[in-house]
Design a protein around this ligand. Sequence first.
Ligand code: H13
Length: 253
Amino acid sequence: TVTNATVVSTPQEGNLVIQGKHRLANEIERIVQEHLQYVRESVSHGWDLIHQEGEMKVYRREVEENGIVIDPLKCFHTIKGVTGHEICRYFWEYQYRMEWETTLDSTKIIEVLDPDTVIFFQLHKRVWPAAQRDSCFWSHIRCISNSEEDQPTWLVVNYTTPHPLAPIKSPQVRLVANVALICETIINEPPLNPQDIKRENLECKLTYVALINPGGWVPSVGVRNVAKREYPRFIKRFTSYVVDQTRDKPILF
Ligand code: H13
């Protein structure tokens, strides 16, 4: 069903559908802007490098709130042969998720807010310390053009939201998350004609930030060990998956 849309009749264009804002539009705008701000902040004091492998660097800041570990995590990586759009598309699209996610039992879309924004309900594996957890979050994909010449920045934000179709059923514990994947595309040795750009000219600079509250007490050593193992594993597996999937496909700019 279409909501928030108004059909107007105009003498010149005939019937026209005007799409109104949905209920989460303002919140999404605010969180997207916060991430774009935060992504430019460099990692300095307080951030520990917890994993380095090739071009990948994973940092975290140890933070606890009422004895619960909520360590912010930030990962930088550079991937050859893909665009930022491709990385973000494969992260956002529901149909690929179970092929690269190793920490999920299930995922489903419970609402479509607009063509770039959906609400997911997910059941997480018990790799998450202690009891099984679930999550309910809006997921938004966006392209931001910086200038006429530059390649645009692509981003996906996942942000916890309540939903009537996903009530919290105790003893199930809900994760509270604010996660962003932000990608820029670099074109090395650009050919004169943009049509001649090959995958070997492409490089994607990826930043992934995760602020996740486990939603209840879990032993801090356990959460920190799981995080240290699982985040690098996810970045490696997910980015190689996109490289494999796109290798023989036309470039998606
Ligand atoms: O970002 C990742 N996956 C997204 C798509 O499935 C969903 C994610 C999300 C997580 C939790 C709540 C809402 C959304 O954005 C990849 C996630 C990899 C997670 C690695 C496990 C780390 C465990 C850390 C424990 C902290 C409590």
